[in-house]
Design a protein around this ligand. Structure first.
Ligand SMILES: [Zn+2]
Length: 170
């Protein structure tokens, strides 16, 4: 590993990598506040490159307006914490999967009233919610393939009758 010229250049790269990862914990998808891009499994790679650090982020949902905002937010937060020369690049491959969301990320989504994704099902190509975020029931019905944003679908719980957003799986 090459040493870098930024202010963390005196530290071994694995330490700086951890430092950058913890800075990225502060970057949230504007559509799902409280869940960091780290929890969403979007951070693909953090590596030293010549004189700067390079961060590859996975594109979650193409067509989501947040996709344009996230690299700008990430760069601003990295600059604030001493990595002004970091390069943030969005990568469409490998294709991001909701299975990359950490357990903590899914817990936070649930706390926000967004049902965590389930694996693909035979019923819908975007999977089915694991459970109702209100009561935990697994009996849910699709109301609309589009929820409050294009990345979500709207469901209703058959038990408590609450409607909720479901983070679609692709
Ligand atoms: Zn319910």
């Amino acid at each position: 590993m090459t040493q870098t010229a930024n202010r963390s250049g005196d530290f071994p790269s694995h330490i700086v990598r951890k430092q950058i990862a913890s800075i990225l914990e502060k970057v949230h998808d504007p559509e799902i506040p409280g869940v960091s891009i780290v929890d969403l499994g979007m951070v693909l790679d953090i590596r030293p490159e010549n004189s700067h650090w390079h961060i590859d982020l996975a594109v979650t949902y193409s067509g989501c307006p947040a996709i344009d905002v996230i690299p700008i937010l990430a760069k601003a937060i990295l600059a604030q914490d001493g990595f002004a020369d970091a390069v943030v690049e969005m990568q469409i491959a490998p294709p991001w999967s909701t299975e990359w969301i950490s357990e903590r990320g899914n817990d936070k989504l649930l706390a926000w009233g967004i049902a965590p994704s389930n694996k693909k099902s035979a019923h819908h190509d975007f999977g089915i919610p694991k459970q109702c975020p209100q009561c935990g029931s697994t009996d849910t019905s699709l109301i609309s393939a589009y929820g409050s944003t294009p990345c979500k679908a709207m469901y209703r719980c058959d038990v408590c009758h609450e409607t909720f957003d479901y983070f679609k799986c692709y």
